[in-house]
Design a protein around this ligand. Sequence first.
Ligand SMILES: Cc1cc2nc3c(=O)[nH]c(=O)nc-3n(C[C@H](O)[C@H](O)[C@H](O)COP(=O)(O)OP(=O)(O)OC[C@H]3O[C@@H](n4cnc5c(N)ncnc54)[C@H](O)[C@@H]3O)c2cc1C
Length: 322
Amino acid sequence: MADVYVLIFAPGGATAKAALEPLGAGRGLAQALNAKLVGVVVGAGADAAVEAVRRRADAVVHVSGDALQSYDVDAFTAAAQQALEGRDARVVLALADSIGREVAPRLAARLGGSPLTEISDVAVEDGRPVFSRPVFGGKAVAKLVGRRDPVVATVKAGAFEAPAEGQAEAAVETLTAAAVEPSVEVLGREAAPQTGVPLDAAPVVVSGGRGVGGPEPFQNELKQLADLLGGAVGASLAAVDAGWVPQSYQVGQTGTAVAPTVYIAVGISGASQHLAGISGAKHVVAINKDKEAPIFRVAEVGLVGEWKPIVDALVKALQAGK
Ligand SMILES: Cc1cc2nc3c(=O)[nH]c(=O)nc-3n(C[C@H](O)[C@H](O)[C@H](O)COP(=O)(O)OP(=O)(O)OC[C@H]3O[C@@H](n4cnc5c(N)ncnc54)[C@H](O)[C@@H]3O)c2cc1C
């Protein structure tokens, strides 16, 4: 019977915060298709990931080996292909993070399947898996069906919840990754300076837009608020284009997609391209002096007014509560 596979990438054992979320999409699909949910963990030293997947899937395949100590697109694509070879996969899902976005389409090509990207929902209609993905910056939703199996799809972070942990009953099959000649030689790796919580893993994101008026609030008020909430500072494209913050701060369609519990938009109008990056946020709070600003259509809590006194009051209240 054709089964549902979920890839979990764990170079050197490290996984993305949202790595288990595609298992939630996979579980629903497997149930509707009366199929098995198989977790495929790709990475060396990934015992913790294997254990986490064992508690949520019906079976686990773990591909390990020296080549999977750190991420390399050729090695990880080949290892995923090795894990799926000879198996009857109908659907293969992977998180739409930097690794999933590189590996999934290559894997679809190698398996002769259908690549789909950034899916946010999936259902079974007339026995066929139907995938939804936001298009036109989130203004519309496309419904897609793969013409060739397996469908290899990346799953938007925040679109699904990881299944609840069960008993570790799934059998684990371990494979050793075959040697692969990398097509690119890595001359060196330099870690980017990391200040605070990374944007795509932050439980709270405080983003500033053109309305905050300059670079200083990102260093002062917005940072202070984010720090008090254990979160990260983000920005709209307008703030990045103005040179107030580096591009790494940008949230949206062409920036980082975030999935925090709380997203606080300060002086951001709420253009569709910005909203495309926050669809995974559980709660949106907007601070804007224009009560007609589109951001209020997606905000659960809207504060209409000048941003500075509002943010100062929030900071003061949080400091008093500490
Ligand atoms: C192909 C493409 C891709 C794009 N990708 C992205 C993307 O990834 N991310 C992104 O953000 N944008 C993206 N954009 C740009 C997007 O369309 C908007 O131009 C941008 O998001 C606007 O940024 P903003 O909300 O900060 O600025 P504005 O739209 O200028 O909004 C500023 C807001 O601040 C409010 N304001 C002003 N002063 C104050 C004050 N003192 N107190 C409180 N509120 C105040 C105003 O009422 C206004 O609503 C993209 C555009 C295109 C065409």
